[in-house]
Design a protein around this ligand. Structure first.
Ligand SMILES: C=C(O[C@@H]1C=C(C(=O)O)C=C[C@H]1O)C(=O)O
Length: 359
C-alpha cells in the first residue's frame, strides 16, 4: 500500500515538474508577445483572446477537472502572463472581500494590483484619469446596491465595457481553524448576517453574533482571535489566509450578481459577443416600439432592456439595451443606424465576449 502511494506520488511529482516547466515556457512566450505589443503600442490585456482560450479549453476538457476549476486555474496562468508583460492596476468597489472584489479576482486573477475605492464614481474616475487600467463595477442584482448609479455614470463617462462577469452571491464561514465547536463569536456585515440566520441558528446556536460594517472588518477580527469566525463572500478564505469552516451557508441561494469590467479599450469580436447601448427617447407614444423595431427586424437577440430617468429637463428616459452580437457585425451597425433617428441621444457602451451565467 505504502509503496503504491509512494509510486503514485512520484508520478504526481513528475507531472508537477512538467506543469511548472510548461507554465514558465508559456510565460516566456507571453513576455515576447508583450515586447511586440510595446513596439506596436498595443494594450497588454486582450479580452477577446482570453475568452477564446477559455472557451477552447472548456470545450476540450473531458474531466474529471471541473469547468469552474479549469477557469480559475487558467485565469491565474493568464494573469501571470499579463504580469510578466506589464503591471496592471484594477479599481474595484472596496473594501477587500466584497462581491465586487471577488468578481475582480475571478476575472483578473491574483497577479494584478487591486485598488479598493469607496464609491462607483471613484472607480470610473480612477480609470478615466489613468491611475488604474480597469475598473470593476456591479451592474445588476447587486448586494452592494447603487447599481443604478453605475448605469447613470456611463452617461458622463467615455469609458466602455470591456468584459462582464457573473459572481455568485454565496457566503463562507471563515476562521483560523476548521473546528466548528471552537467558534464562540461570529462577526459579519448586517447583510451577510441576515442572509445566514438559519444556518447560524442550526450550527452555531450558542455563538455570539456581532454585526460590523464590512466583511473585511469581520475577517480582520477572525484573523486576530482563534475562537472568532467571520462570514465573508465565498472564496475569500485564500485572500485572508483563513480556513473555510463551512461553505454556502446562506439560507436561500440567490441569482449571481452581474459585474462589468470598464476601461478605455474597444474589444474586438470573439465570435460570441454582447453589445450594450444606451439611448434617450422623447416621451411620445410609440417611441420605444419604433426604436426597438430595427433590432427585431434584424433578428438580433435583445438580451436585456432597462430604463432610467434621465434627470434632464427635456429628456425623459434613458434605455439600456444589451444585444447579442458585436458592434463590428453589419446587422448591429445597421440596426444602430435605424435606431438613431428615433433617439435624442445614443451611445455604444461597448462590445465584449458573452459569458454564461456562473462562469
Ligand atoms: C499573451 C498575451 O497577453 C495577454 C495574456 C494572454 C494569455 O496568457 O494567453 C492572452 C491575452 C492577453 O490578455 C496575448 O496577447 O497573447
Amino acid at each position: 500500500m505504502a509503496t503504491d502511494i509512494c509510486d503514485i506520488r512520484n508520478q504526481i511529482d513528475h507531472i508537477d515538474d512538467t506543469i511548472l516547466d510548461l507554465i514558465n515556457r508559456r510565460l516566456n512566450l507571453a513576455k515576447r508577445i508583450g515586447e511586440l505589443k510595446k513596439d506596436s503600442g498595443n494594450r497588454v490585456v486582450d479580452s477577446t483572446r482570453e475568452s477564446e482560450i477559455l472557451r477552447r479549453l472548456t470545450s476540450l476538457n473531458k474531466g474529471p477537472l471541473n469547468p469552474n476549476v479549469l477557469h480559475h486555474i487558467f485565469i491565474d496562468i493568464i494573469a501571470a502572463a499579463r504580469a510578466v508583460q506589464a503591471s496592471q492596476r484594477v479599481a474595484y468597489l472596496g473594501p477587500e472581500a466584497t462581491f465586487t472584489h471577488l468578481a475582480a479576482t475571478s476575472h483578473f486573477g491574483y497577479s494584478v494590483t487591486y485598488v479598493p475605492q469607496p464609491s462607483i464614481r471613484e472607480i470610473f474616475s480612477e480609470v478615466e484619469k489613468g491611475a488604474c487600467d480597469y475598473g470593476v463595477v456591479p451592474v445588476e442584482n447587486s448586494v452592494e446596491g447603487s447599481v443604478r448609479h453605475t448605469l447613470d455614470l456611463f452617461f458622463e463617462s467615455d469609458l466602455c465595457i470591456c468584459a462582464e462577469r457573473y459572481q455568485p452571491v454565496s457566503y463562507d464561514l471563515l476562521a483560523q481553524e476548521v473546528r466548528l465547536r471552537a467558534i464562540k463569536t461570529v462577526y459579519a456585515h448586517s447583510q451577510a448576517l441576515n442572509q445566514c440566520r438559519n444556518w447560524l441558528n442550526q450550527y452555531l446556536p450558542d455563538a455570539e453574533l456581532k454585526e460590523c460594517s464590512s466583511s473585511a472588518f469581520a475577517v480582520g477580527q477572525s484573523a486576530r482571535e482563534k475562537q472568532v469566525a467571520a462570514i465573508a463572500g465565498c472564496g475569500t478564505a485564500a485572500i485572508f489566509r483563513l480556513e473555510a469552516v463551512a461553505s454556502k451557508i446562506e439560507d436561500f441561494s440567490r441569482p449571481p450578481t452581474r459585474f462589468l469590467v470598464i476601461g478605455k479599450e474597444k474589444v474586438r469580436p470573439s465570435g460570441r459577443d454582447k453589445t450594450s447601448l444606451m439611448f434617450a427617447l422623447t416621451h411620445v407614444p410609440g417611441a420605444l416600439a419604433g426604436a426597438l423595431a430595427p433590432i427585431t427586424d434584424a433578428g438580433i437577440n435583445l438580451v436585456k432592456i432597462e430604463s432610467r430617468p434621465t434627470r434632464h429637463e427635456s429628456w425623459s428616459h434613458f434605455f439600456f439595451v444589451d444585444l447579442e452580437g458585436h458592434f463590428e457585425d453589419g446587422s448591429i451597425q445597421k440596426a444602430i443606424e435605424l435606431i438613431k433617428p428615433h433617439a435624442l441621444y445614443l451611445k455604444n457602451l461597448g462590445s465584449y465576449p458573452l459569458i454564461g451565467v456562473g462562469v
